[in-house]
Ligand binder design. Sequence first.
Ligand code: SF4
Ligand code: SF4
Length: 366
Amino acid sequence: MRKAFITQENLSVLSGDLERAGRKVVVPRPSATGRMEYGAAQSGSLTHLGGALPARSLKATFLPPTEALLRWKNAKDDVVLEPSEPKALPTVVLGARPCDAAALAILDKVMDWDYHDDPWFARRKATTIVSLACDGVDSSCFCTSVGLSPDTTKGSDVLLTAVDGGYLVEALSEKGEALLEENKTRFTAARGEAQAAERRKAATDKVRKNLAVDARTVKDWLGGNFEHPFFKLGSRCHACGACAAVCPTCHCFDIVDEPEGLEGGTRRRNWDTCQTSKFTLHGSGHNPRNDQHARLRQRVMHKFHIYSERFGETLCTGCGRCARACPGGMDLLEALREIDKLRRSSRPSAAPIVTPTNPPISGGAR
Ligand code: SF4
Ligand code: SF4
């Protein structure tokens, strides 16, 4: 795949070109609160793409927090259904963090599992992801522990790396190639490769220092220790759901029918989270996850055991957002360090990384 170079000025011009060509452009930018957030680019103001990880991930671009799936109308003797067309505008994300791009590829598995999620895939198809090798690593990041890195190419169509005077550009997919070809006047011959490699290595080394555990190796220990006292984790948890809201890979939603008078209504799906008590509350009043310990265990199990059993992927990119957002100080880095210690003390040698050959388990979380 081709490599090129683009100056900061030309990247800003490119953003305007894309908008004029009818594409929505999403960039990380400071929000009104001062935090970085992904949002629509403002023409001509694209000055810098790097810096801190946006507080929320790219998930909402593909799975909105609330979305109409269909409308119904009550006819005289019938109910007429009107499916809602997914809003899938041609979009380019400029400056996605590589962990957020990787999360999309991880979620593709569940979105095409027992049901093909049309709105998700319509938006995936309509979107080109231009990632920026991460230069905003902080003490909560642990992407290297889940098999990723600050310059992972998973889920990206183009990877940018900041170098002197602009960005080294690498196309990674046909969509990425097409973006470069359609806008070739904005790019010049590749340069800065040695500097890019140096910067990427420095970022990777920095993340590695945060957590010297391969989080994929805790899978088997989790599978065999469902009742372990370690899972009495919930006393610090407020059940606020912030961790799931900011997480790029938490994807649970609830589907509700909202009547609008006597004439009809809308079927919507809304983000939900396993961290609240009502998530598993049965109509009978029984709740199989009847305390916060059980709910937090579910979060850890789903991310590091259940999803990898089913899809061969860890349901976590190590972005660290859940730790940054948690008002109770819950920190997955801490939890993974502890599980790793327990795993090592219960086995004479570290378990090998499990490959996705296990048969799917039935029921439970997706
Ligand atoms: S953000 Fe923290 S307190 Fe809130 S549900 Fe998640 S773990 Fe619990
Ligand atoms: S579980 Fe936490 S660290 Fe992992 S992807 Fe979600 S927010 Fe990021």
